[in-house]
Write a protein that binds this ligand. Structure first.
Ligand SMILES: Nc1nc2c(c(=O)[nH]1)N[C@@H](CN(C=O)c1ccc(C(=O)N[C@@H](CCC(=O)O)C(=O)O)cc1)CN2
Ligand SMILES: NCC(=O)N[C@@H]1O[C@H](COP(=O)([O-])[O-])[C@@H](O)[C@H]1O
Length: 305
């Protein structure tokens, strides 16, 4: 029998929307408060419960851990999988790559500060030291790295040095957000299934070399497409050909200009990117056997999208 049902049995008939208290105390352990102090009683109760749960968990649910915490004068016994405990205790470290204003970067940073993302932006990477994203990072005390090294940016890092720098920052995930240079194979090999990019169209349409920024939205309008929207995908060696992870749809209206469409898509990007990064940091991205990545619902572990 799974530990959860044993533990639930301890709290049968109690309402689930309040801190649970035992309905049928253990006669062997439940000594009327008049005999011993309530603190001693609680300690004895916790100890018993922990032994029961632990022994059962060792027999039945090796992947589960018992987390017993005292809530006011009552006991709440919860089951947490290794994954829950790990994701609960370890915030992920994020590197964001930008080339422009950085509104997606700002949105992710603010979501992190609000606790919507179980991770923190620990470094910003850009090919344009004066861009809006880099300025914002400096204002927030986030280190800025220049990449790549070019004739305009002699201080830029080489691919090898970039990988070393990201390792130094203990980066777990790399998020491209308006970065306009090709990510080198050295970084892709160093961070397998850990680099994602947001693109402002429904890939595979309107993607690839030459498709960035307003060029994308102008092409969508000119094509007569009735829908557009952002795509978040894993990054491989080529532009916009990595595995698609998430998309969101935006209607293209007959009198939409490229600028109007860009604004609608960008708004959708901010929401989608925060949701996807939150899933990444909570280990809710899983890979289907045919190689398609799926996002597990936070509310229902049996639902994916
Ligand atoms: N290895 C990868 N690197 C990058 C990817 C990727 O999927 N794999 N995505 C891009 C972002 N992007 C689309 O989402 C993109 C960015 C830039 C270009 C492009 O054509 N760039 C021009 C140069 C533009 C400039 O320097 O101003 C070019 O290469 O000629 C296409 C798609 C980020 N990196
Ligand atoms: N192909 C890459 C590309 O076009 N990326 C796009 O650049 C913009 C960056 O905005 P931001 O700097 O405000 O986040 C975003 O719309 C993003 O989808």
């Amino acid at each position: 029998m799974e530990v959860k049902s044993i533990v639930a049995g301890l709290f049968s008939n109690t309402t689930t929307n309040s801190i649970q208290t035992p309905k049928k105390p253990f006669s062997a352990f439940f000594v009327p408060p008049s005999t011993i102090s309530s603190v001693q009683l609680q300690k004895r109760f916790f100890s018993y419960l922990y032994k029961v749960a632990l022994s059962t968990s060792q027999r039945v649910c090796h992947s589960k851990k018992i987390r017993i915490r005292e809530c006011r004068r009552n006991l709440v016994v919860e089951l947490a999988s290794d994954k829950d405990l790990r994701s609960e205790v370890r915030r992920r470290k994020l590197a964001v790559f930008v080339s422009g204003g950085g509104s997606n970067f700002r949105s992710i940073h603010e979501a992190s500060l609000k606790g919507l993302i179980l991770g923190d932006v620990v470094v910003l990477v850009t090919n344009k030291r004066g861009c809006g994203g880099a300025e914002f990072a400096r204002e927030k005390g986030i280190p800025v790295i220049l990449f790549p090294k070019t004739k305009d940016e002699l201080d830029g890092l080489s691919p090898t040095d970039l990988v070393a720098a990201l390792r130094e920052f203990e980066v777990d995930f790399v998020l491209l957000a308006g970065y306009l240079k090709l990510i080198p194979v050295e970084l892709i090999r160093a961070y397998p299934k850990s680099i994602i990019n947001i693109h402002p169209s429904l890939l595979p349409a309107f993607g690839g070399k030459g498709y960035y920024g307003m060029k994308v939205h102008k092409a969508v309008i000119a094509s007569g497409a009735r829908f557009s929207g952002p795509t978040i995908h894993f990054v491989d060696e080529h532009y916009d050909t990595g595995r698609i992870l998430a998309q969101s749809v935006v209607p293209v209206l007959p009198n939409d200009t490229a600028e109007v469409l860009a604004a609608k898509v960008l708004r959708e990007e901010h929401s989608l990117y925060v949701d996807v990064v939150a899933a990444l940091c909570e280990d809710r991205v899983l890979w289907r056997e045919d190689g398609v990545p799926l996002i597990q619902s936070k509310e229902n572990q049996n639902e994916y999208r």
